[in-house]
Design a protein around this ligand. Sequence first.
Ligand code: TYD
Ligand code: MG
Length: 455
Amino acid sequence: MNKKSSTVFVCGNCGQDYSKWLGKCTNCGAWDTITEMRGVKATPSSRVVAAAPADVVAFSGLKVDESYRVAGPFGEVDRVLGGGLIPGACILLGGDPGIGKSTLLLQLLSAWAKGGTTALYVSGEESAEQIYARAGRLGVADAPVLMLTETSVEAVLHKLESVRPGVAVIDSIQTMFSEALESAPGSVSQVRESASVLLRFAKQNKTAIVFIGHVTKDGSIAGPRVLEHMVDTVLYFEGDGHYQYRILRAVKNRYGPSGEIAVMSMTDRGLSEISNPSEFFLQSRANPQVGTAVTPVLEGTRVLVVEVQALVNKSHFGLPQRVASGINPKKLSLLLAVLERFGGFSLGEHDVFFNVAGGLTVAEPAVDLGVAAAIISSFINKPLRRDMGVIGELGLGGEIRPVNNMPLRIKELAHLGFTRCIVPKASKKADRIEGKSGIELVECSRIGEIKEHIF
Ligand code: TYD
Ligand code: MG
């Protein structure tokens, strides 16, 4: 490690170092975010793994033992982690304040502790009594979890060295500060330094560490996006305060596939997993209503079947309104333009409101046709067939394009009792879906064709 202490300039947005002041960060492009940091070690934080001079090893001399993964209370969360917790793994859990990060980790930590792993909860935000009270509410107060309320990273390190836990939670990394630095707790240099000190401990001692990080308004983990590069796994805990469900999403994972999600529900006794999320999101769909369509969305390797809703009304003012929630508004405009030009629906003088039931956000092109079907249904004022799913990407020429992972999507629809599905016409043999799902597939190649099949 470079022990030299000096003055460096650090970007408050992304954590990039500079040797002199600049007006604009060349790394993230933000203006006026670079400030002088005294006493910051200008060391690349990526050097956390190197403890001592390392030996060269051959592939053939290595072996992978998956059996040491620690299983937790939720199979869904283990799946997101790539099959359980790995000793020495460094995980960053980001999310909005109040979304349930501390709750989730207290539940996980208690279960790991009950399973025989030494578990330490380091809190810089709440007192030990507060956390114990919460554990009581969650029904896990009997778990042998060790508690430490501390914000000095040197003191935390000292305790880690004496306790030597198998897993530690740092709640939150923004409250930690290093006495070696002059800057205030929560500043980029403090967060980065604290994290790299703890990361080094984790790698050398095979302690798994979970850092909780608060998310800023623009959606990045406050300031130090640099943390995302340093850790092995980045998880986001997402959800809308108005709804019960929460989604744990692996944005980056060195120990498993990224993009995996677990759907959970926040109850008065903490979080519980939802192992059949599609049923959860479709639960209020008793009878098909005008302006709704059902479409499967792929999240990692998981398929969620969601209901999309549109309301199309004749506009009484000059400029028609387009209001989209759960989908990019530009995407909605684009689909409306395609429907107008190639579907023969004159929507130009209509207000269009769009929503995804349950408050989910869908970004996949595979939902295009479902969105279009909901709009057509509302425009014509007729509900879609009850047993009908809709899958397909819509091109600018009005063509329906094939989408990936068709068999998975069809399987999930069949599982929920759907018996028919509009699908893109297979252009190649590879796109053809093998039968046996019990779903009648209605192949369409142009937007104009779907009207005769969906009602
Ligand atoms: P918390 O885990 O403190 O959020 P974070 O650490 O992400 O800031 O969660 C706080 C919210 O969760 C709070 O609004 C109350 C709610 N909650 C429940 O609904 N049920 C519970 O059993 C617990 C402990 C909290
Ligand atoms: Mg918290």
